[in-house]
Design a protein around this ligand. Structure first.
Ligand SMILES: Nc1nc2c(ncn2[C@@H]2O[C@H](COP(=O)(O)OP(=O)(O)OP(=O)(O)O)[C@@H](O)[C@H]2O)c(=O)[nH]1
Ligand SMILES: [Mg+2]
Length: 366
């Protein structure tokens, strides 16, 4: 799953990218970079550690999130030039979007936005995303109208339907209802997939507060949630600079530091990954054995066949059945043999709906 990070110049996008991916991309007090940074964050999950211990497995593979950190694009934002070009195509390719808004005061870091106001910046950024979709919709409506001229009688009904749909979406988007939250039929949803609308993606908005604002994080968290929940935007406040420094420490040092600073146990990094993951409606399942313990993600509500396909296309193609047990059950039983004895290791077919934490072994034949 890919998350695209965007925001006004100098808001701390690359800093937060580094925090999330434990990366070391250059951050600077002026916008210089014009290529996106791409990095991978491992998803921490305590269940993974427990399973690894129980199986004494030498290899652990956490689930991953790919982050793409966009350059500041000073010419493209806030001047209603819209989101275009390479930036647009990176965003279109992402499964979720993360808006980073500046919430830190620092006279040494250029600020083109005259006053620090994360809520205002997020609001404008959301408008930019909506504008980008509106531009696509307008162009498409025009094209449909143009094609009426040469259209055969049989094609007209389809074109009329398309025009009505696009205009309905346009109107709702103008009223700030993101495409993701518009009432569309499954058929209509299928029809628009190819457009890769930006407001059809889950959006997470992060306020990047400075060390000096750390005490205000909870209040800002609440303010943002109240302001953006109606639009279906997930929000959070954190200190990017501090998180980046913590992400570059060893896990032991990090834990110690957090305790000293009385920071919440969950790191900003873990929290962000979790927000993305929840926004995307994903859940985790495991494959676990003496050789390897592996965490996988799949959309909530997926069946065993889809889960098998996440592991390998052969498992999906040659699916016979799956042996499934819940994480809690396995931990309680201690071993697979015991789980089987107590009837906790179940035989399930293709259509079994996967539950978060399921441990699965797919029997297959290709
Ligand atoms: N004081 C302070 N400075 C920060 C904080 N977060 C980021 N910065 C600084 O702000 C400057 C810009 O940070 P970046 O992470 O490069 O911001 P960006 O949004 O990626 O910038 P562009 O890609 O150029 O648009 C750097 O000098 C950072 O060190 C913070 O929480 N506090
Ligand atoms: Mg940057």
């Amino acid at each position: 799953m890919q998350v695209g990070i965007l925001g006004f110049p100098q808001s701390g996008k690359t800093t937060i990218f580094n925090a999330a991916t434990r990366g070391t991309a250059a951050v600077s007090a002026y916008s210089s970079q014009n290529k996106p940074n791409i990095g991978v964050a491992k998803m921490r999950d305590p269940r993974l550690d427990t399973l690894t211990q129980m199986h004494k497995a030498p290899k652990v593979v956490p689930a991953e999130v790919v982050y793409v950190d966009m350059p500041g694009a000073p010419d493209e934002f806030g001047k209603s030039a819209g989101i275009v070009g390479e930036l647009l195509s990176h965003l279109q390719r992402s499964d979720a979007l993360m808006i980073v808004a500046r919430g830190f005061e620092d006279p040494s870091v250029v600020n083109e936005r005259n006053r620090i106001d994360a809520v205002r910046d997020i609001d404008e950024m959301l408008s930019e995303l909506a504008f980008a979709d509106l531009a696509v919709l307008e162009r498409r409506v025009q094209r449909v109208k143009d094609s009426f001229k040469g259209a055969k009688q049989t094609e007209r009904a389809g074109l009329e339907k398309e025009q009505a749909l696009l205009e309905k979406m346009q109107k709702e988007l103008e009223n700030e209802t993101h495409i993701r939250h518009q009432q569309l039929t499954p058929e209509e949803r299928k029809f628009i997939v190819g457009y890769k609308f930006l407001t059809d993606k889950p959006i997470i908005a992060i306020a990047n507060v400075g060390e000096e604002g750390i005490s205000k994080v909870d209040a800002l968290d609440e303010e943002m949630a109240a302001r953006f929940a109606a639009q279906g935007v997930t929000t959070g406040a954190l200190c990017g600079k501090l998180e980046m420094e913590l992400a570059q420490m060893s896990p032991e040092e990090e834990t110690e530091f957090r305790a000293e600073m009385a920071l919440k146990g969950e790191s900003g990094l873990d929290r962000m990954v979790r927000l993305c993951y929840e926004a995307l409606g994903q859940m985790t399942f495991f494959t676990a054995g003496p050789k390897e313990v592996h965490a996988w993600t799949v959309a909530k509500g997926s069946d065993a066949l889809a889960a098998a396909g996440r592991i390998h296309s052969d498992l999906q193609r040659g699916f016979i059945r799956a042996e499934v047990m819940g994480y809690e059950d396995f931990v309680e039983c201690g071993t697979e043999v015991e789980a089987k004895k107590r009837g906790k290791l179940r035989q399930e077919g293709k259509t079994y709906v996967m539950q978060d934490g399921d441990i699965i072994n797919v029997l297959f034949n290709v």
